[in-house]
Design a protein around this ligand. Structure first.
Ligand code: GAL
Length: 374
């Protein structure tokens, strides 16, 4: 008890220091609320270059991420809300959210593990999406600000939480380095055999959140292959070559260049909403997943991961109904996500890299979003 009071005090002290010299427009008070009897707050990470990341322990969400353009002008490049109420009231778009237990879709919300069939909530008819009705994005995480540039978030997900077996202990670390890398690491252990696929669902717009669409952003993916889907966005099981299709991003191409092509996969995804298979010799090695360059501002973002795949989604479901930070609407295709992950619906595809976590094993995953200018 005494230790937790001390940790809370340190966290508040860091928060207070962080408030000075900050370019953030959001106010930490707007996130100070009890949910399920647990304290929710806003925490700020900073590095020596003036980059700032605001995170709330409600859903482990990245609320704001300030990065400079080529002239040093700071802009908030992630979608989100000014207050906790924004997240609680709006339709769930998973802005900045930590996703678990299973990032992406599981077909018809069912899977078999060791001959036992498990049933999950169908929250994205006819499938289960991003951990179900009350996934990790809606849970209050325990939080410790370890340093001005580092936050640790912890969560215990009980046995059969949202239908998933095993009590799961998750530790997620957010660190902002002086090389302008936002490093996310995940560790987890389960008391029973289970499946796990954790990711972060930040939506980026390198013009700045709410400043137009992302069709002019140049995307490059380190992926020769992708996993095509059916009309409900469940992988067919094939792993297809991207060459010669609108899914070839092996050289930088504007996101909008081929998005209106006549293509069944683009029709099913309503645009890009697909898992790309990252080229790597060793499946678990940290490797470049891709990069995005926005020529006007010069902002450049690279994504590295230990995961075998990355979901490239370009905001096809955004409607601009819920007003985001500073009252800006987030309209159709005004952001992109690069969600590092195992492949969608892997529990039902034995040929895909395994997502099974057994007692005694430690789940490890890392994702780095690195910012610079060109
Ligand atoms: C993405 C997913 C999309 C959509 C979005 C949330 O991860 O690929 O299909 O569900 O989340 O609106």
């Amino acid at each position: 008890m005494k230790l937790s009071i001390f940790i809370l005090f340190v966290a508040i002290a860091f928060g207070a220091c962080n408030q000075k010299n900050s370019n953030l427009t959001i106010k930490p008070e707007a996130f100070h609320q009890l949910i399920d009897g647990q304290q929710v707050d806003l925490f700020v990470l900073k590095n020596k270059n003036g980059i700032e990341i605001a995170v709330t322990n409600y859903g482990g969400r990245v609320v704001s991420l300030l990065v400079p353009d080529k002239n040093g002008k700071m802009e908030d490049v992630v979608l989100g809300y000014d207050s906790l109420d924004g997240y609680l009231k709006a339709d769930e778009e998973y802005f900045g959210a930590s996703i678990g237990r299973y990032g992406n879709r599981i077909a018809k919300g069912t899977f078999k593990l060791d001959s036992i069939e498990y049933k999950l909530a169908i929250n994205n008819t006819p499938n289960s999406l991003h951990g179900g009705v009350k996934g990790f994005c809606k849970k209050v995480w325990g939080v410790t600000q370890k340093a001005e540039n580092e936050l640790e978030l912890v969560l215990v997900s009980l046995d059969m939480d949202e239908g998933y077996p095993g009590e799961l202990q998750v530790t997620m670390n957010y660190k902002l380095t002086d090389n302008n890398e936002f490093v996310i690491t995940y560790k987890a252990e389960s008391s029973k055999p289970t499946v796990l696929n954790l990711t972060n669902h930040s939506y980026f717009n390198l013009h700045g959140a709410g400043n137009g669409d992302v069709m002019d952003h140049l995307l490059q993916l380190n992926a020769d292959k992708y996993t095509p889907v059916d009309s409900t966005l469940i992988p067919t099981g094939n792993i297809d070559p991207a060459a010669g299709t609108p899914f070839d991003f092996t050289k930088p191409v504007a996101i909008g260049a081929r998005i209106k092509d006549q293509n069944e996969q683009l029709r099913f995804g309503l645009g890009y909403d697909h898992n790309f298979v990252i080229n790597k010799a060793d499946e678990k090695a940290l490797a470049l997943a891709g990069s995005v360059y926005e020529p006007q501002s010069g902002r450049y973002m690279e994504v590295f991961t230990t995961e075998p795949g990355v979901q490239f989604y370009c905001g096809n479901f955004l409607k601009g109904i819920n007003l985001g930070k500073q009252g800006k609407p987030y309209k159709y295709r005004t952001a992109f996500c690069l969600e590092t992950q195992h492949f969608p619906d892997s529990p039902n595809h034995p040929d895909f890299p395994s997502v099974v976590l057994r007692p005694g094993q430690i789940y490890n995953s890392e994702c780095i979003y690195k910012f610079s200018v060109k």
